[in-house]
Ligand binder design. Structure first.
Ligand code: PXP
Length: 243
């Protein structure tokens, strides 16, 4: 059964809209755990657009499940990760203008930087996941550089306009997952997944972990965080039971 990592960044986004103290992503994480979240995921951005250093510190202390820190390769953030020691780190690309993470990390194009970051984090026993597109060269490079996990970027699948495009994306993700596993990587998936598109992906890919944020926080507005997470867990469980 794939594990569910719940990304609570968007709770912090609402807080930052007023630069106030509510809603608190730390509360959201506790509620997500009560709904069945296996992992809490946060992205500490260089611009601190949503998650803050205080959120990371408190979640490190209070999350009873694993804490996954999404982050760029920026030295300041690598230092914070080394000092905070989250249960795992996911390296993602980051640019100032983006609305959300726009594509996978180019591992091939910056292999030395990625390798060094992996070595330093692994030196602190922090396993590293690389958020990448399901391309052969990116997956091979991830394995060579010593990543523990790859998180295959599912955004293109999620945004596909036609059934043909959707199937093509699913095929690429499936091939990528098989390739990664053959190379000894643990294969995760995430980005853009919703209550509507998660089941097909789970049936085909059977990822080790799914990292899902926006759709869960959106539903939580109407049904509460605990229930929104419970509903997502139920969908994943059902899909995993009927591959
Ligand atoms: N995985 C990664 C690497 C991400 O950067 C994000 C967005 O922060 C997610 C998963 C979650 O994406 P979404 O909010 O679209 O579910």
């Amino acid at each position: 059964m794939p594990l569910l990592g719940v990304n609570v960044d968007h709770v912090a986004t609402i807080r930052q809209a007023r630069r106030t103290y509510e809603p608190d992503p730390v509360w959201a994480a506790a509620e997500a755990e009560l709904g069945g979240a296996d992992i809490i995921t946060i992205h500490l951005r260089m611009d601190r657009r949503h998650i803050s250093d205080r959120d990371l510190r408190l979640l490190r202390e209070t999350a009873a499940v694993d804490l996954n820190l999404e982050m760029s390769l920026a030295e300041e953030i690598v230092q914070i990760a080394l000092a905070t020691e989250p249960d795992m780190v996911t390296l993602v690309p980051e640019s100032r203008q983006e609305v959300t993470t726009e594509g996978g990390l180019d591992v091939v194009g910056q292999s030395e930087r990625v390798k060094k970051a992996i070595e330093r984090l692994r030196g602190k026993q922090i396993p590293v996941s690389l958020f990448i597109d399901p391309q052969e060269e990116q997956i091979e490079s991830a394995a060579e550089l010593g990543a523990t996990f790859v998180e295959l970027h599912t955004g293109t699948y999620a945004n596909a306009d036609t059934p043909e495009e959707r199937n093509k994306c699913l095929g690429e993700l499936h091939e990528g997952a098989e390739r990664g596993r053959k190379l000894g990587l643990t294969v995760n998936a995430g980005h853009g997944l919703t209550y509507r598109n998660v089941s097909d992906l789970v049936r085909l890919l059977m990822p080790h972990e799914l990292h899902i944020g926006h759709t869960i926080v959106s539903r939580a507005i109407f049904v509460g965080m605990r229930e929104a997470v419970r509903q997502m867990k139920e969908l994943i469980e059902k899909a995993a039971a009927s591959p």
